[in-house]
Design a protein around this ligand. Structure first.
Ligand SMILES: [Zn+2]
Length: 320
């Protein structure tokens, strides 16, 4: 449990009584669903060209000149959440904040959580404690100053907190974050801690201090760990497999974390040069994401990471 009081965005446009009414209406809608377990849906708010697969071919200097395409898809996700009475956590890249200021303010005012995805989307293997500290302070500053909400959660670009970058947990603690959602408990070429717990746990940093960790959903099948919690896995797998994994979690009253990116709803995004396999991984089934997301939002109850974590005891500890 990270906090007894959920994060309350300081809306620039709504009174506190209006916000309480919005929250109460969403709570009533969530409580009317058939399962009592609330899952977390998280959206990493970034442009398609921020994806790690383009880190070598798309320079940061060129970002300014590229067409930003994410906002309408972020807006579409927010509308789908409103239509189904769900809440979500938006891990926002600081670079994107000035480019979708009023949309993100509306999202915060609608009761969703605004969390931090860093400023410049660097994989942590290319960073140091000093550069990460600067990146986090810059991102958090732009998010909180522009949107008027407090951020307590962080997701590293490309889930890049691993055993080699465990030092980042100490940086998060020193910069005042209360939870992290960056550790993928699988084996993968770009990320992963293959023996990390599958549900929320306390990640013990090299200093011995700990921070609450909320990993993406992974299904254990015999000796295998199958990632089913979003992104390319959500696009690749039939929706029924993801729904079955959520029903399995619901039966155990276990919280689960799903994630996706706005560019995963955009099949018409420009085709940047990539090797064939990388191109396939980035683009597979982009046209299916919206339909699969819509189905899950209707069938299950989703809330913010901060609220889900506030409702579960997090006692398991795991040292990276
Ligand atoms: Zn990202």
């Amino acid at each position: 449990m990270i906090s007894s009081t959920p994060v309350q965005p300081r809306s620039l446009e709504r009174s506190s009584s209006e916000k309480r009414a919005v929250d109460a209406a969403i709570d009533r809608a969530l409580d009317s669903r058939s399962t009592s377990t609330r899952f977390c849906l998280s959206i990493d708010v970034e442009e398609y060209f921020h994806a790690e697969v383009f880190a070598r071919s798309v320079s940061k200097e060129s970002w300014e000149t590229r067409q930003c395409r994410a906002a309408p898809f972020v807006e579409r996700i927010a509308a789908m959440l409103a239509e189904t009475g769900n809440r979500a956590t938006f891990f926002v890249l600081g670079w994107c904040v000035p480019r979708m200021r009023s949309l993100l303010r509306d999202i915060a005012a609608a009761g969703h959580e605004i969390a931090c995805h860093g400023q410049m989307h660097d994989h942590l293997s290319r960073m140091t404690p000093t550069t990460l500290t600067a990146d986090l302070r810059r991102a958090r500053g732009v998010i909180e100053d522009t949107l008027g909400c407090r951020t307590i959660g962080y997701r590293a670009p490309t889930f890049s907190i691993t055993r080699k970058t465990a030092w980042a947990l100490d940086v998060l603690l020193e910069t005042g974050f209360e939870y992290d959602a960056s550790i993928f408990p699988i084996r993968h070429d770009r990320y992963g801690v293959p023996d990390a717990p599958l549900g929320p746990f306390r990640a013990i940093a090299p200093s011995g201090r700990s921070i609450v960790e909320f990993p993406p959903m992974v299904r254990r099948i015999g000796p295998l760990r199958l990632p089913v919690g979003g992104g390319g896995y959500l696009r690749l797998l039939p929706g029924a497999i993801v729904a079955r994994a959520l029903r399995h979690c619901a039966a155990q009253e276990a919280p689960a974390m799903l994630y996706l990116h706005p560019w995963e709803l955009d099949p018409d995004q420009p085709r940047l040069p990539l090797r064939r396999m990388a191109q396939w991984r980035h683009r597979v089934n982009l046209h299916t994401t919206e339909r699969k997301l819509g189905d899950l939002l209707k069938r299950f109850r989703f809330d913010t990471a901060a609220r889900v974590l506030a409702g579960v005891p997090v006692t398991k500890c795991f040292k990276l």
